[in-house]
Design a protein around this ligand. Structure first.
Ligand code: PLP
Length: 308
């Protein structure tokens, strides 16, 4: 199937709907105000040819928490959502795919005042999505810039939740980077410390040790969490700290983590080469382990896989 190929059916409120009919009303509350939550998950073809959803429980639990934080609740358990996703992947015949659960408020609700228990609709879509930051990213690394758009402050945003409205900030930062000829944006927090990419967490490597921003302004990424565990299995230390721009420029290696971006080496920031200007050994070692964990080749981490 071609990259970006759509699926035959989409799961909507418990039913499999043909792709072309999977529509919502133009007056849907979420469309007007961004009052929706979503997830990004991947399923991978494993070494034995079966398909497995990567860290399904963690993603579905974050999905539930994202909706709860704005005052709704998803009318399905995480286990039910995972089972629905497995059914959907089988119905669409994917071996590997990207999975997009979306919880949204329909046209029953108008205006900003939400009812005490807003009716939450749920859809799950799958599509074929190759390398989010380009096929050459793993060989060459990507070019980034520090965006003028900053990650919003915790006093006026909910950074741990994947809320649709919050993503306009990421879209603007990414757009700024793309228009400037870069592959991706890096956002600082409101105090000027490193936060994350527009849709990725970020790590720096200093003298063989990993350092990543503290959890204040960032999305608590599930791939970030996987890297913590995989790094420890390699005997590498991981520290969460406030990171200055100075340290970022001077790091030996920099890489992004995320469900869409997986592990992506960053080899240039604001026109400056990072380290030797090519993906570094620590990044490549962790990227290999990450890939092996998605393929069921690391028995210690097979509990991260849900076979469909
Ligand atoms: C803003 C942002 N940060 C970080 C991430 C990485 O999170 P995860 O590894 O859970 O996909 C994502 C992607 O979901 C994101 O959108």
């Amino acid at each position: 199937m071609a990259d970006n190929a759509d699926s035959k059916v989409i799961w909507m409120d418990g039913e499999l709907i043909p792709f072309a009919s999977a529509n919502v009303h133009v007056l849907s509350h979420s469309l007007h105000y961004g009052s929706a939550a979503f997830e990004g998950i991947r399923a991978y073809e494993t070494a034995d040819g079966r398909t497995a959803i990567y860290r399904a429980a963690e993603h579905m639990d974050r999905f539930q928490r994202s909706v709860r934080i704005f005052g709704g609740s998803i009318p399905y358990t995480s286990a039910e959502l995972t089972a629905a996703t497995a059914t959907l992947i089988r119905a669409n015949g994917f071996k590997s795919c990207y999975i997009r659960p979306l919880a949204y408020i329909g046209h029953e609700t108008r205006g900003l005042k939400l009812p005490k228990e807003p009716h939450i609709h749920v859809a799950i879509a799958t599509w074929n999505w190759g390398k989010y930051l380009g096929d050459a990213a793993m060989q060459k690394g990507i070019k980034t810039c520090i965006a003028s758009f900053r990650r919003p402050d915790v006093s006026s945003s909910l950074p741990w939740a994947k809320l649709s409205g919050s993503y306009l900030n990421s879209i603007m930062a990414r757009r700024e980077a793309t228009l400037g000829g870069y592959d991706e944006a890096i956002l600082l927090d409101q105090q000027g410390y490193l936060a994350e990419g527009s849709g990725e967490n970020i790590f720096i490597v200093e003298k063989g040790n990993l350092v990543t921003p503290t959890t204040g302004a960032i999305l608590m990424g599930i791939t970030r969490d996987a890297i913590f565990t995989l790094a420890k299995s390699h005997g590498l230390s991981v520290v969460e700290q406030q990171i200055t721009r100075n340290r970022l420029y001077e790091a030996d290696e920099v890489f992004f983590t995320g469900t869409a971006a997986e592990i992506t080496p960053v080899t240039s920031i604001d026109g400056r080469a990072i380290g030797t200007g090519v993906p570094g050994p620590v990044t490549l070692r962790l990227a290999k382990s990450f890939e092996q964990s998605t393929r069921g080749e690391l028995s210690d981490f097979n509990s991260w896989l849900t076979y469909v």
